[in-house]
Design a protein around this ligand. Structure first.
Ligand code: NAD
Ligand code: IPM
Ligand code: MN
Length: 358
């Protein structure tokens, strides 16, 4: 097949992990006889430096015109002093909103050989396989009013959590449909004991659930969920939750797999999709060839599955990641005395080699 893929490395480790994913996809193209055309574009801090804007019109157009989008990460200390409206992070929110990508899948699966990399006991983690479905274009990230006001007594910072029935219905459907293909269990996470937006969230989830009688539905308050994820994460199959809660809980779930450098994501809408790791630009390790490229490479696996329906190809990358880990290769975040510590490039090189030799 032929496909165009917009590649937006962004900032920090994004510049290192996206080329790693491109190498892996080129290996897949070679082995399976596909033609992937990569269309590079600037985003985030890199775009601010070049154009003054985090999401230039040209980048947005490339993202809209390509069959799929791969994004590294955005942000970093260099741009932290800027006004919120032109910060690197606005580019990510702009892409999600402009491309209508309202459902974000964040799967946390434990590779058995990484069980000792997590700070949690092995018996708690064994066979961990959960999926966080995060609402991505609503909630407090986008609600109005927002801003900082000056009052007679000082300043006042405002953000607003808003959800409409329509926004909840469409993300609920993504979660229930994902659960039908997994273990038929959805846990909806909210704060319905305090927030009206959550009260609506819960009632809409209950309503949508009527179309999915083969799926078991539970509700959980977000504070309890944060605790249950550490106490007994295997009780979860699919977690569906709001934008902010999903952001926080998915970073927590990442650590169950050994490192945030392992967690991929797919941002899905009705017309467009973007694939990006859950982690950020990791300024503390950027530019040193030590970042873990697996979250980015696994995001491209999600792209092959969700956007291109190339299941054998996706499977080949998964097997490549598995083999490289089985051979004992680890990036620094997963370092262990019995393993071989390698850099970003070398890790992806081992995955490429596994793809081309199997
Ligand atoms: P972060 O995810 O960038 O880093 C948190 C910690 O995890 C750091 O210690 C980092 O070194 C480590 N880490 C992250 N990715 C790693 C990888 N691939 N391999 C090994 N270690 C890895 O979060 P942060 O430090 O809170 O944020 C840094 C910047 O990234 C901020 O500007 C933030 O806004 C931005 N950010 C962007 C995204 C995104 O683009 N999707 C996501 C989160 C944060
Ligand atoms: C993520 C990030 C983003 C978010 C930021 C950088 C806007 O943390 O993708 O998880 O909060 O959605
Ligand atoms: Mn986040």
């Amino acid at each position: 097949m032929k496909a165009t893929i917009a590649t937006l490395p962004g900032d920090g480790v994004g510049q290192e992990i996206l080329p790693a994913a491109i190498n892996v996809l080129e290996a897949i193209a070679k082995r399976f006889g596909h033609s992937f055309e990569f269309v590079p574009a600037i985003v985030g801090g890199a775009a601010i430096d070049a154009t003054g804007q985090p999401l230039p019109e040209e980048t947005l157009n490339i993202a809209k015109c390509c069959d799929s989008v791969l994004l590294g990460a955005v942000g970093g200390p260099k741009w932290e002093g800027l006004d919120y409206s032109i910060r690197p992070e606005r580019a990510l929110l702009g892409l999600r909103k402009e491309l209508g990508m309202y459902g974000n899948l964040r799967p946390a699966k434990l590779f058995p050989m990484l069980a000792d990399a997590s700070t949690i006991k092995l018996e708690v983690l064994k066979d961990l396989d959960l999926l966080v479905v995060r609402e991505l274009t609503g909630g407090i990230y986008f609600g109005e009013p927002r801003g900082i006001q000056t009052t007679e007594t000082g300043k006042r910072g405002i953000n607003t959590e808003v959800y409409t029935t329509e926004e909840i219905v469409r993300v609920a459907r993504i979660a229930f449909e994902a659960a039908q293909k997994r273990n038929q269990h959805v846990t909806s996470v909210d704060k319905a004991n305090v927030l009206e937006s959550s009260e609506l969230w819960r009632s809409v989830i209950i309503e949508v659930h009527k179309d999915y009688s083969d799926v078991r539905l539970d509700h959980m308050y977000v504070d309890n969920c944060a605790m249950q994820l550490i106490r007994n994460p295997r009780q979860f199959d699919v977690i569906v939750t709001t934008n902010l809660f999903g952001d926080i809980l998915s970073d927590e779930a990442a650590m169950l797999t050994g490192s945030i450098g392992m967690l991929p994501s797919a941002s899905l809408g009705d017309k467009h999709a973007m694939y990006e790791p859950v982690h950020g630009s990791a300024p503390d390790i950027a530019g040193r060839d030590i970042a873990n490229p697996i979250a980015m490479i696994a995001s491209s696996v999600m792209m092959l599955t969700h956007s291109f329906h190339l299941d054998a190809e996706a499977q080949a990358i998964d097997a490549g990641i598995y083999k490289a880990l089985e051979q004992g290769y680890r990036t620094k975040d997963l370092e262990s005395p019995s393993c071989i510590t390698v850099g970003t490039k070398e890790m992806s090189g081992h995955i490429v080699a596994a793809i081309l030799t199997s």
